[in-house]
Design a protein around this ligand. Structure first.
Ligand SMILES: Cc1cc2nc3c(=O)[nH]c(=O)nc-3n(C[C@H](O)[C@H](O)[C@H](O)COP(=O)(O)OP(=O)(O)OC[C@H]3O[C@@H](n4cnc5c(N)ncnc54)[C@H](O)[C@@H]3O)c2cc1C
Length: 415
């Protein structure tokens, strides 16, 4: 343990939140050291949005906050300081133009995450922030409830403030492996149990593999566990080789995964008709039969569902798809109608943190001041980004939080 160097601020982790925090502090004239475990900063940022970087969205502040659930209110000071418009202006100042081609999700106009990464990197260099890579911070140095510095890969670095921006546990190959939780615990912080979120799910039913071809628009999914029926979501769904994926599943997985760890498996019900209710489906099927009285039930169903799915729905109801409606016994017709609006599936698992784009849980918000993101337990210690117990859905919510919280932490440290 040698190399004792005094900085104003040490930022641990050079992801979206950490790079923003370092820049915000350096712009105020602070001497900043940015420590990154990997050989290069911003690995996850470069992978975001499938390499296109969905960096924010156009939601109002209220609906943005709501998407993070009950905890969302914690974000208000950070978002008030630095919202999506501030982020776009900030990036514009770094030479990165942004736009929202669908009116909601904001991307760099290049649709290339590297553009955003490079702008941050150049700004880090311009501000003469000391960026050291290959540095795994393993210990906080502190005395009498005041932070003093960190130990990183055997070296001691001293500073009056430390910001932990180490991310969650998702996609560990991109750097975040939960180190921030261990560091926070050294300062006495509690960790809300973490779960993988935003990831595809496996199902027990194997028929899903036959329906992989098409995206199902406006699919509705709800939990069919007693006491949890209120949990539901809608959006585009894709069947996979062994389960379900697509935006609605990625978002809903943050509700399902904790239930999986509690109950082992989670029964769900799906409406795959594009948001139609039983009455409308009935009407459409009657119309279809009137148009083609000799058509098989599968052909009637194809007015609403794609063919492979229609076939599987018939099978689930125990109906031969080539039969005409009139040839189907009454009790099976009733069963089919139920299945059309309430298709049962059983969620049985997932690929864990390796496939999780986001982490649910993290450093408890109760012990962090929302107006400065400083620890309530240790003076000079701050947190930002995904390491905190906050997770949002798809659509630029998580990156905006990383940038907003990074900006606030960087401005509050040493303020
Ligand atoms: C594949 C993928 C695609 C995504 N796409 C989007 C998207 O389009 N839009 C969106 O809003 N969100 C997206 N997300 C989520 C979003 O990327 C994260 O929420 C966000 O990057 C979190 O930022 P962060 O800075 O808190 O953490 P991270 O980006 O994970 O950065 C943490 C950094 O800390 C470093 N680190 C960790 N431990 C240590 C240590 N002990 N010492 C030193 N350094 C350490 C890591 O190496 C890493 O560089 C995506 C996530 C993934 C995995």
């Amino acid at each position: 343990m040698n190399d004792r160097i005094q900085y104003d601020l040490i930022v641990v982790g050079a992801g979206a939140a950490g790079m923003m925090a370092a820049i915000a502090a350096a712009r105020k004239g602070q001497k900043v050291l940015l420590l990154e475990k990997l050989s290069k900063p911003g690995r996850k940022l470069k992978a975001t949005g499938g390499g296109r970087c969905n960096l924010s969205n156009t939601s109002s502040r209220e609906s943005f906050v709501k998407k993070f659930g009950r905890q969302g209110k914690f974000m208000i000071p950070a978002l008030s300081n630095f919202d999506s418009q501030n982020l776009c202006s900030f990036l514009c100042g770094l030479g990165v133009e942004t736009h929202a081609p669908d009116g909601f999700r904001i991307f760099p106009v290049t649709h290339d995450a590297t553009t955003v990464y490079e702008a941050f990197y150049k700004e880090i260099q311009r501000l003469e922030i000391v960026l050291l890579t290959g540095q795994k911070v393993s210990q906080l140095l502190h005395d009498h409830k005041t932070i003093r510095g960190v130990v990183s890969s055997g070296a001691v670095y001293e500073a009056k403030s430390v910001i932990i921006a180490t991310g969650g546990r998702g996609y560990p190959s991109l750097g975040a492996e939960g180190d921030g939780y261990v560091l926070a615990q050294q300062a006495g912080h509690s960790i809300v149990p973490v779960f993988p979120a935003m990831l595809p799910l496996y199902t027990r039913e194997t028929w899903v593999a036959n329906c992989r071809a098409d995206t199902i628009g406006k699919a509705e999914i709800r939990v069919a566990l007693s006491g949890y029926e209120k949990l539901k979501a809608d959006g585009d769904l894709i069947f996979t080789r062994n389960g379900v994926a697509g935006p609605v599943i990625l978002d809903f997985s943050r509700e399902i995964v904790p239930l999986l760890s509690r109950f082992g498996e989670v029964p769900v019900k799906l409406n795959l008709s594009g948001g139609l209710n039983e009455e409308t489906i009935q009407r459409k099927l009657v119309k279809s039969r009137e148009k083609q009285p000799m058509a098989a039930i599968i052909d009637n169903l194809c007015e609403i569902f794609n063919r492979p799915l229609a076939q599987e729905l018939c099978r689930l109801a125990g109906i031969e798809p080539e039969l005409r409606f009139r040839q189907i016994p009454g009790h099976l017709r009733e069963k089919l109608m139920k299945i059309l609006t309430s298709t049962p599936l059983t969620i049985t698992g997932h690929d864990g943190f390796d496939a999780a784009m986001v982490t649910r849980g993290g450093i408890s918000l109760k012990e962090v001041k929302p107006e400065s993101l400083e620890s309530r337990l240790m003076k000079g210690l701050h947190f930002c980004g995904e390491v905190l117990d906050l997770d949002g859905p798809c659509g630029g919510f998580n990156l905006q939080w990383a940038f907003s919280s990074g900006y606030l932490a960087g401005n509050s440290a040493l303020a």
